[in-house]
Design a protein around this ligand. Structure first.
Ligand code: BYC
Length: 477
């Protein structure tokens, strides 16, 4: 059982008080984090009481506390899942050897880079979402946004703990740099593509939490297999919080689909322009938003063929999601075959399995995404509507890997650059789509009894509270 110290400046279950040097380093970083939060975190709500979940331990029953808290006072803490006694390396060349409690010198740079990359996404997402509170569809949704935001902040703490604890001066410098990059800033952008995209409306937010947070789930699952045990334990606990973020996305998109379907059936309309006139998002626009955020998130898995991924696997640094479910943990024998674009067509390209580890992880991700899409389609089906949402081909709209800048249609057929340019607005959100979605979200809803007209009410409230509970006590003054 892990002990939790909650009366320290930084709540933790890592015996921080016993390591004064580390404690001082983290306490020195803490005010910089709070300054970053106040500057780049949610705009306009820092003084409000928000009904938030706070991680307080890693016990499966009762790991979190729910109460009102002002966001800058949120108790961001450091929690590692309990160590698995006798844990051994689960894959790669060192399969079966004891896991590492310290960073092996030869893997120092690689591990640091992966931890920094993971860490960079956390503040990036808070920055991307910082203005959404000003157009919230309900107080329930406002609270969920802030819940996601504070927990992304905690996930940054999780990575900063590893950097400061195991990487000395370099780690401290990287921890500072994590607070200095800015999403979308061309001079100091965040590291990965999707985290520099604007996320300025709530449909984007729900797509982001469904698709992009789900990349987070799979990357964390892969890192949870790591031979570097502190990374494994940290990411295992992060996954506990991550589940709610994807719930917000899945139910958020589901509620938008449901509301549109309700209105279409009630008014017997299906023409997108007519649907829009009724104040809800037409289904083709929802599909275009889906196409955008799904494909941006596919890029986050890296190239299909990656020598980096092969070496992460060989050395035991990063595994596959749920490695225990695979039979062959060395993956030296198999191959993976891709359709690669060549001379206006496709050629089969076969690579050793280890070089395809990014694609193996992406395969698992695609299956998981499809499950959510199926749920949304069941809403359409239950309304007697024929329209179905679909995941586009993985070749579509890619900026990383074999299909980077290779124009295809959403079904994955190669098209000319001209055809792509001519039809892009059918496939991805146009400026007019974005303007329309934003036009529905001009006015924030701060009355707990109200819900915006473009989204259905949720099925349940949070932690047994009613849907119209005052989840955020917003001081409008
Ligand atoms: N954008 O060998 P390749 C989350 C770079 S989300 C820009 O194919 P590799 C969250 C790559 O770094 C999860 N650059 O890539 C969600 C490499 O650069 P170098 C975040 C990209 O190394 C919502 C080069 O291209 N966690 O937690 O196999 C809210 C060659 O690429 C991109 C992680 O990502 C891109 N999309 O794998 C909040 C886990 N993709 O080495 C949070 C840690 C690739 O040539 N990261 N590049 O300079 C990793 O495991 C790997 O870095 C990647 C790439 C999977 C991202």
């Amino acid at each position: 059982m892990s002990s939790v110290i909650n009366d320290e400046r930084i709540p933790n279950n890592v015996h921080l008080a016993d390591d004064k040097k580390l404690q001082r380093a983290l306490e020195a970083w803490q005010p910089n984090f709070i300054s970053w939060w106040k500057e780049m975190g949610p705009v306009g709500f820092q003084a409000d009481d928000v009904f938030l979940r706070t991680a307080i331990s890693v016990e499966s029953d009762g790991w979190a506390n729910f109460d009102y808290v002002k966001m800058p006072d949120y108790r961001w803490g450091i929690f590692l899942a309990d160590a698995v006694p006798g844990r051994t390396i689960g894959f790669g060349d060192h399969y079966g050897e004891p896991v590492w409690q310290e960073v092996p010198g030869e893997h120092r740079n690689t591990l640091r880079r992966l931890i920094v990359t993971q860490g960079d996404t956390e503040p990036a997402s808070v920055e991307q979402q910082r203005r959404l509170g000003l157009t919230c569809p309900s107080v329930y949704d406002l609270r969920n946004l802030f819940q996601v935001n504070v927990e992304e902040g905690r996930h940054l703490w999780a990575m900063v703990y590893l950097l400061q604890s195991y990487f000395g001066r370099d780690g401290r410098e990287e921890a500072e740099a994590l607070l200095e990059r800015r999403s979308g800033d061309p001079n100091k952008p965040r590291m990965l593509g999707a985290f520099n995209e604007p996320c300025t409306d709530w449909l984007s937010f729900f797509m982001f939490t469904f698709f992009t947070d789900r990349d987070g789930k799979f990357q964390l699952l892969a890192l949870a297999e790591s031979s570097f045990d502190p990374l494994s334990r940290t990411t295992r606990f992060m996954l506990t919080e991550e589940a709610h973020h994807m719930f917000v996305g899945e139910t958020g998109v589901g509620r938008v689909v449901e509301r549109t379907a309700d209105v279409m059936v009630e008014h017997k309309v299906s023409d997108p322009a007519a649907v829009r006139k009724l104040g809800v998002v037409d289904l083709p626009t929802i599909q275009r938003y889906l196409n955008l955020w799904y494909t941006l998130s596919l890029d986050l898995f890296g190239g299909e063929i990656s020598s980096n991924a092969a070496s992460f696997f060989a050395t035991g640094i990063k595994g596959r999601a749920k490695e225990a479910e695979f039979e062959d943990h060395k993956a030296l024998a198999g191959t993976y075959t891709f359709d690669a674009p060549k001379d206006g067509g496709f050629v089969k390209e076969e690579v050793p399995m280890r070089n395809a580890m990014n694609e193996v992880l992406r395969d698992a991700y695609v299956i998981d995404c499809q499950r959510g899409v199926d749920k949304w389609n069941r809403v359409l089906e239950s309304h007697g509507l024929d329209f179905r949402l679909t995941l586009p081909s993985r070749r579509f709209h890619r900026q990383i890997g074999l299909f980077a800048d290779v124009p295809t249609d959403p079904a994955g057929n190669l098209v000319t650059k001209e055809a792509y340019a001519a039809r892009q607005n059918e496939w991805l959100p146009s400026d007019a789509d974005k303007a329309f979605v934003q036009s529905l979200q001009q006015r924030p809803i701060y009355d707990p009894k109200q819900m915006a007209g473009w989204i259905a009410a949720p099925k349940h409230g949070i932690k047994g509270r009613p849907i119209d509970f005052e989840y955020v006590r917003h001081n409008e003054g």
